[in-house]
Design a protein around this ligand. Structure first.
Ligand SMILES: CC(C)(COP(=O)(O)OP(=O)(O)OC[C@H]1O[C@@H](n2cnc3c(N)ncnc32)[C@H](O)[C@@H]1OP(=O)(O)O)[C@@H](O)C(=O)NCCC(=O)NCCS
Length: 229
């Protein structure tokens, strides 16, 4: 977030639909497509409507960043990637096309969220996490319950540092996925996952340690041997 400054010149020169330029602080060298929006007005009432974004933001056509958001340096948003209000996001963030980060999340550095993902409100994602295409994260154990609005605040998912979530996984409310865990493709995660384990299936169960996985293409003997323990 260092080197940030308030800038309207570069943004308007880039032709972007940047709304409410007061309380917008953005770093050097933004590349914002004319059909992207930075500073979209939330429907919810939000106490801090400021937007603070670091250097080198890339926002492709259709990307939308709401007000009340902090994002670090070197973020890139694909087409129709949406960051809702009250999100705090670190450096080198990637959010590819048709993915949504709903409001109230905290996301670390170097987090990559691929296409077609949904990250529910109050999710915490630590550094170096990867979400493959089609990952869906929930937060409401009993949708439609009269206490849902309060309940989701207590049921956000936590994904610890370096965890990798495979294609098309569903992560149920309240679950914590441990450090460097690997969630196999198509899994439904219903309970906490221990650190450094591979889980698969519906409901997801432990298959093995990540250190036991073998490379399928002969590039290395074991893919996670060099992961720092
Ligand atoms: C989970 C995973 C890492 C396991 O790979 P692996 O260590 O090479 O394990 P194997 O292929 O030897 O499979 C071991 C067993 O688990 C089963 N299995 C593997 N992946 C599974 C999955 N996603 N769901 C259910 N079962 C699975 C296999 O069928 C096999 O069962 P068996 O012993 O009864 O025959 C891998 O299958 C996977 O899902 N990788 C994620 C891919 C992905 O989403 N990439 C994202 C970017 S595209």
């Amino acid at each position: 977030m260092t080197g940030s400054r308030t800038s309207s010149y570069k943004l308007s020169k880039a032709g972007t639909a940047v709304q409410n330029l007061n309380r917008l602080t953005i770093g050097e060298n933004p590349r914002i497509n004319e059909k992207a929006i930075v500073g979209s007005e939330p429907l919810r009432s939000v106490s801090d409507l400021s937007v603070t974004i670091g250097n080198n933001l890339i926002a492709l056509a259709g990307a939308i960043i709401y007000r009340g958001v902090k994002i670090g340096n070197d973020a890139a948003l694909g087409h129709y990637a949406i960051v809702r209000e009250e999100n705090i996001i670190g450096d080198s963030f990637r959010l590819w096309s048709n993915s949504i980060v709903d409001y109230g999340c905290v996301i670390g550095n170097r987090v990559k969220i691929h296409s077609g993902c949904y990250v529910a409100q109050y999710t915490v994602i630590e550094d170096d996490v990867f979400l493959a295409p089609g990952v869906i994260i929930g937060n409401d154990p009993h949708p439609g319950c009269e206490f849902s609005t309060e309940c989701i605040k207590k049921s956000g998912v936590t994904i610890r540092q370096g965890a990798q979530i495979g294609i098309n996984c569903t992560i149920l409310p309240g679950v914590t996925i441990g450090k460097k865990a690997l969630i196999g493709a198509g899994s439904v995660v219903t309970e906490d996952v221990p650190a450094e384990k591979i889980v698969v299936g519906n409901p997801a169960k432990i298959l093995k340690s990540i250190y036991e996985a073998k490379c399928t293409n002969g590039l290395t003997e074991k893919p996670y041997l060099r992961v720092k323990r």
